[in-house]
Write a protein that binds this ligand. Structure first.
Ligand code: PHE
Length: 469
């Protein structure tokens, strides 16, 4: 059904690297990486993370990109076209973004709200810096208050995502990345610099970077692995899709290293932005929050305490931080939507506009229950499983079940069904001879599936409350 000659193509190597890096750099880098680094040994966590990224992460990303580029298909049809019996991987690779898309705009909407909050403050005379208690009240009133505001903010975010995807690979995704990615980097450096100018930053920095072997255990490795898969956007069908738009003359391994470098750089900078000031102003206790609690409650309070030459810089820091979070989240959101759109196009032979509109409608419909499920009362406020709201359920199913399963099956498929040489041949088109072919074969056949099986087991044991993580 797919006419490969009409397939979208990146305009060059940098366009592909930028798009894949834009997908990889997301909320995971900002609200989770610094927390994990602080909890599991600082410098030692960074070291383990990088070591895993250049071995196991490199392997899986290479496999996914090569499958996409060779088949010129998105996940749903790529696996089917190689071995029909393995099309389950394509379905899993499509299920993960389809589930994530159903709630990612909700979080995007919260970012929009905080961005607007800080932008408004800049134009008002707001001498009183924001405190943790105020940000907590703002966040809980906004999400739990029962108004339609969260829905409206999420709709703005979803609309931005849909516009970029509907504009297409070159006019929408590539062009927006050209602006968003450099800007994101500049904003990261600016906020990190503000954080490092605060009193007590040196101790916070030491806490972040000094290896603390007393905090090192098997948990360090398990969490670093899980974080790496999520952060590199692996097993979500994204790299297969983006790989299918890649030109044959570009080197896959070189691109993969660049994407990983960029992703790790932003994660590292996020640590510089967050750990020293949180450590200074909220103490070690403050470093125990992650995710929305860190981003929407602790950090605004921490920014509120930041000063430069005696003047409060909380509002500027908050505005810059939420702007960078917006770009990071938007480019990731675009990548999941593009994956679903591309799969629909390949399977149903639809044009971009038709497939894009279908996914847009789906995104907006799922947005309603997911964005209103935080209200303290109302139709959507109930838990669908004990202790689990709809959004938590989508998140759990996508990240803890489908993603590890997809990653594991992808490795088994590449290592044992088509064999590593299939991938090595695709790499060889540009490389001539792939020098890392032997370690790559070992990784894809043994090390990567074993590592994924390990994290999957831990996720299940953790859920069953057999181990504490
Ligand atoms: N790599 C992304 C992150 O760190 C993961 C992601 C990609 C999540 C696309 C959602 C959508 O946040």
């Amino acid at each position: 059904m797919n006419d490969s000659s009409a397939r979208d193509k990146w305009s060059g190597r940098m366009a592909f690297v930028m798009a894949a890096a834009a997908s990889a750099v997301g909320l995971g880098n900002i609200w989770r990486f610094p927390y994990l680094a602080a909890k599991y040994g600082g410098g030692i966590f960074l070291f383990v993370y990088v070591a895993l990224a250049v071995t196991i992460g490199f392997t899986l990303m290479t496999v996914e990109i090569a499958i996409g580029r060779r088949t010129k298909l998105s996940p749903l049809d790529a696996y089917k076209s190689i071995a029909p019996k393995w099309q389950i991987i394509g379905w899993l690779g499509m299920a993960v973004p389809a589930l994530i898309i159903a709630y990612y705009s909700v979080i995007g909407g919260w970012i929009v709200k905080f961005l607007a909050f800080y932008a408004k403050r800049l134009f008002e005379a707001s001498p009183c810096p924001v405190t943790v208690a105020e940000s907590k009240a703002l966040f809980s009133d906004f999400t739990g208050g029962g108004s339609l505001q969260p829905l409206a903010c999420s709709a703005v975010f979803a609309f931005c995502t849909a516009v970029l995807v509907l504009l297409g690979v070159r006019r929408g995704i590539e062009k927006s990345n050209k602006i968003a990615m450099p800007l994101l980097l500049v904003l990261c450096v600016a906020v990190a610099a503000m954080s490092l100018c605060q009193p007590g930053a040196a101790e916070g920095l030491a806490y972040y970077l000094k290896p603390d072997f007393s905090k090192f255990s098997w948990k360090t490795v398990v969490w670093a692995l899980g974080q790496m898969f999520f952060s590199l956007s692996l097993a979500m069908g994204i790299m297969v899709t983006y790989g299918s738009y890649m030109r044959k003359e570009d080197s896959i391994p070189k691109c993969v290293f660049r994407i990983e470098f960029f992703d790790a750089l932003v994660a590292f900078l996020a640590g510089l932005m967050i750990i020293p000031p949180v450590f200074t102003f909220l103490g070690e206790e403050g470093l125990k929050s992650e995710g929305p609690g860190l981003m929407f409650i602790s950090l605004p309070g921490v920014f509120g305490k930041m000063t430069l030459f005696g003047a409060s810089i909380g509002d500027v820091a908050g505005l810059l931080f939420f702007a960078l979070a917006f770009f990071a989240a938007l480019t990731s959101s675009v990548s999941i939507m593009e994956t679903v759109v591309s799969s629909l196009r390949d399977r149903l032979g639809l044009g971009r506009t038709a497939a894009g509109m279908i996914v847009t409608v789906y995104m907006f419909i799922t947005l309603v229950p997911n964005s209103l499920c935080f209200a303290n009362d109302g139709v959507f406020s109930c838990e669908i499983l004990p202790g689990m709201r709809l959004l938590d359920f989508c998140d759990f199913a996508a990240n803890n079940i489908f993603m590890p399963l997809c990653a594991f099956l992808t490795c088994v498929f590449a290592g044992w069904c088509i064999g590593p040489n299939w991938i090595v041949r695709e790499i060889g088109i540009r490389e001539g001879r792939f020098r890392l072919a032997r370690p790559f074969a070992f990784m894809v056949k043994y090390a990567a599936p074993a590592a994924i099986a390990l994290i999957f087991t831990f996720y299940i044991l953790k859920e069953l409350k057999i181990v504490e993580m």
